[in-house]
Design a protein around this ligand. Sequence first.
Ligand SMILES: Cc1cc2nc3c(=O)[nH]c(=O)nc-3n(C[C@H](O)[C@H](O)[C@H](O)COP(=O)(O)O)c2cc1C
Length: 305
Amino acid sequence: MGFSINNPDLSVKMGNFSLKNPVVAASGTFGYGLEFAPFIDLNALGGFSTKGLSLRPKLGNPVPRVVETEGGMLNAIGLENVGLEKFVSDKLPLIHKYECRLICNFFGNTVSEYVGMAEALSKEDRVDALEMNISCPNVKEGGHQFSSKPALVEEVVGAVRKATEKFLIVKLSPNVTDITETARFAELAGADALSLTNTFVGMVMDINTRQPWLANHTGGLSGPAIKPVSLQMVYQTVRAVKIPVFGIGGIRSADDALEYLMAGASAVQVGTENFFDPCATIKIIDGIRDWCIQNGVKSLSELKP
Ligand SMILES: Cc1cc2nc3c(=O)[nH]c(=O)nc-3n(C[C@H](O)[C@H](O)[C@H](O)COP(=O)(O)O)c2cc1C
């Protein structure tokens, strides 16, 4: 079908990776995609990013591990997931019939675990892209998060780059002094794209027990509360690197997504809003299309700064 003023081109090209529209469901808020199939047509999405996968299954942290906050939520799920083997045997075959892009989010606690995950996921044809979550402690480096130090970012991204030919997205933590620095090191080490931001460390106290609310004490803040901060980080990062950026943080509406696109993001990811409205991603895609029609925008590329 030809694109026109009434049928804008929402597709996104990132080198050899493309999306039919710029909206991707964010990791950890969309299960393995299949959980949302009763509510929305997964084929209509640009894509989705799976819950973070690890070599072995993980049960995650003790409860309570989520709590609502002003304009958002805190979570300390602890990266619960079915593990690589079960994902490949039980989930992946069911995802095959959908045509949207499948991004596999994964993590490790050592460089070799990251490499092992990348190698294993790279064998699967249905996997369109890998998204490395580097907001994880490196057990061999005193528990410092990989994302916290440029040298660690370079090491782990460089090792994964050598292990895969898949489109490689590196997901950055906002819990650093200068996110453009970690972004540049990820680019240098071979990332094809960046996604930012992950959640911000925060906490809630329970004034009845006088203890931290979450069993883990601290958690990751997400939702509308983080949007202005994440947006600013995306804006700065887009200007510091040459590779494309997925903008993430507090997107609830098409207007929010458009803000990220106008700040320079090539695509967006929608997280916490999926919990409030499982149809949010579809409404955002429709809203972006309507905005383009109303504003005479024929192609999303016109929004690039
Ligand atoms: C409950 C929950 C679980 C998450 N799990 C993951 C994960 O496994 N891997 C990851 O890279 N990000 C994870 N995230 C982070 C989100 O993908 C996203 O980066 C963050 O929530 C900010 O976007 P939002 O404000 O739209 O939610 C999780 C977020 C939430 C709320």
